[in-house]
Design a protein around this ligand. Structure first.
Ligand SMILES: Nc1ncnc2c1ncn2[C@@H]1O[C@H](COP(=O)(O)OP(=O)(O)O)[C@@H](O)[C@H]1O
Ligand SMILES: [Mg+2]
Length: 314
């Protein structure tokens, strides 16, 4: 990116309002299409002006829901490594989340400063799912992810260090090097010994979450990065509070089932039912799962059958 003169906060905001004309002025190493460039400048322009990073090097992964960019940390930013990852949310990221109320139960909606929303207008908009309400919710999910990451990082979990959040993006440690970003665990084959060690490390991390009254809620080998023999958990917007969420046990069980499926393929011997029960009891969460079988979608028929069994078992 071409460096521009340092602006005051109000100048930055004014300049961002004229985004569309300005987009052409930024020069990233990453050569985005005009449309993507606009989206990047809208989402990351302020972070650039604040000198968190000096350049956007490449798109690590662009999906339907979020795009993650590898950026070069600026010499004045407090980032520990050379690079910083910018996770930019698609506008539709949370519109399509199936049954989002299941994840939202027991958590408060947050505004763009991470404060609990108390304004009637915003709450009403959320309830009515107006365009404005959707925007507010979008920000709330993002702030929830950022707050969760802050808590977990401070608690010593293996996650990228979060640095800053904005309306549409989170900055965090980049896992990888100049050549490549860390692969997700689902693409990695481990030998048995390493698999056992990493599995234990993962359980240790899950215990850190439970200690902090959190369940990831979208945990699988797809949301774990593998780098230099270590794992890093990512992707937290859906994290739930097990104490306040009626479906917590079920969601927790699904997390553990998915990761056990991966580790069993890598040669780890584990019975995920036993592990789920043991962890849940250790942390003294509601003993009896209160399962809302209506939460399951048609394609989750396997889950439904499984859950009926667990219910009968209890
Ligand atoms: N801190 C990071 N460092 C390197 N790569 C990352 C980082 N965070 C995410 N990624 C990559 O970006 C992808 C998408 O990020 P993720 O948080 O899982 O969002 P989503 O799955 O909602 O699109 C990940 O699968 C991973 O490949
Ligand atoms: Mg993901």
């Amino acid at each position: 990116m071409k460096r521009k003169k340092k602006l005051s906060q109000s100048e930055i905001i004014a300049s961002l309002k004229e985004q569309k004309d300005e987009v052409g002025e930024y020069e990233f190493t990453y050569d985005a299409s005009r449309h993507e460039r606009e989206w990047i400048v809208n989402s990351l322009g302020l972070f650039y002006e604040m000198q968190w990073f000096a350049d956007i090097l490449r798109l690590v992964k662009g999906g339907k829901e979020a795009s993650v960019y590898q950026c070069l940390a600026s010499s004045v930013s407090p980032v520990e490594g050379r690079f910083i990852a910018a996770k930019v949310y698609r506008p539709r990221r949370f519109r399509n989340l199936r049954k989002d109320h299941i994840y939202r139960e027991g958590r408060e909606d947050l505004d763009d400063s991470g404060n609990v929303i108390v304004k009637d207008k915003m709450l009403k908009a959320i309830r009515q799912r107006s365009d404005y309400g959707r925007k507010v919710m979008h920000t709330s999910w993002l702030e929830h992810e950022y707050k969760t990451m802050q808590i977990l990082h401070a608690a010593g979990a293996d996650i990228p260090k979060p640095y800053a959040s904005g309306k549409n993006a989170i900055l965090m440690d980049f896992i990888g090097d100049e050549e490549m970003a860390a692969p997700t665990l689902n693409t990695v084959d481990l030998d048995r010994v390493e698999a056992r060690l990493l599995f234990e490390r993962l359980v240790h991390n899950i215990e850190i979450l439970l200690t902090n009254e959190l369940v990831h809620a979208d945990l699988s080998a797809f949301n774990i990065l593998y780098w230099e023999g270590e794992i890093m958990l990512i992707d937290f917007p859906q994290a739930i509070f097990p104490i306040e969420n009626h479906n917590a046990f079920m969601i927790f069980e699904r997390d553990l089932r998915r990761i056990c499926e991966y580790f069993i393929r890598q040669g780890v011997e584990v019975d995920h039912h036993d592990l789920v029960k043991k962890l849940w009891q250790t942390y003294n969460y509601r003993q009896m799962p209160e399962i809302d079988l209506n939460m399951l979608d048609e394609e989750d028929e396997q889950d439904r059958v499984y859950w009926q069994l667990i219910k009968d078992d209890n």
